[in-house]
Design a protein around this ligand. Structure first.
Ligand code: NI
Length: 180
């Protein structure tokens, strides 16, 4: 287990489409170790999600853990540590969108206003290779989309429609940062 270096915007790995993992890889020792490293790295960074490409491993793997007691995003609904392998996302047809001041461990110091659909379906495998289908709504849907974007070479700045809303974190007024 180890805290790994998080690569930043500009590193080519963040712009690649990550490769899918085969069943025998998912249950193997190397991926267990990689997930342990990702958990350590996430905890050390104080973030709520991390995708494997962010530690320069271009594979379809992401983790999300939203603590009950809040984070730099304010007080949030808890999501226990969840590992997503080979995830596929689909937006529910009539989903409404909502905006958040998103940040990213690979884009340190900045926040950007991003609007995303608030109702998605996700298919993914767990670390035993078992397939899951789950629905996510609200902020959880936003976080899933942000993390899974990393697996297709996208960053939150790509999803912004108003670049005047790309700001330094320390200049965000708290009531703007947490609109809900
Ligand atoms: Ni990110």
């Amino acid at each position: 287990m180890a805290v790994r270096e998080i690569i930043r915007m500009g590193h080519p790995t963040l712009r690649k489409v990550a490769r899918k993992l085969r069943k025998e890889e998912i249950v193997g020792k190397d991926i267990r170790t990689l997930v342990d490293d990702m958990v350590d790295t996430l905890h050390a960074s104080g973030g709520i999600g991390l995708a494997a490409p962010q530690i320069n491993e271009s594979v379809q793997l992401a983790i999300i853990q939203i603590p009950k007691l809040g984070s730099r995003y304010g007080v949030l609904e808890e999501l226990p540590l969840t590992v997503f392998v080979n995830p596929e996302i689909s937006v529910v047809a009539d989903a409404e969108s909502a905006g958040n001041w998103e940040g990213c461990l690979s884009v340190p110091g900045l926040r950007g206003w991003v609007e995303r659909p608030q109702h998605i379906n996700l298919q993914y495998q767990d670390l035993d290779g078992v397939q899951h289908a789950r629905e996510f709504t609200g902020f959880h849907a936003t976080v899933c989309q942000h993390e899974l974007d990393h697996l297709t070479g996208h960053l939150f700045v790509d999803r912004m429609t108003d670049m005047t809303k790309l700001v330094f974190e320390d200049l965000l007024v708290p009531e703007d940062a947490y609109p809900d």
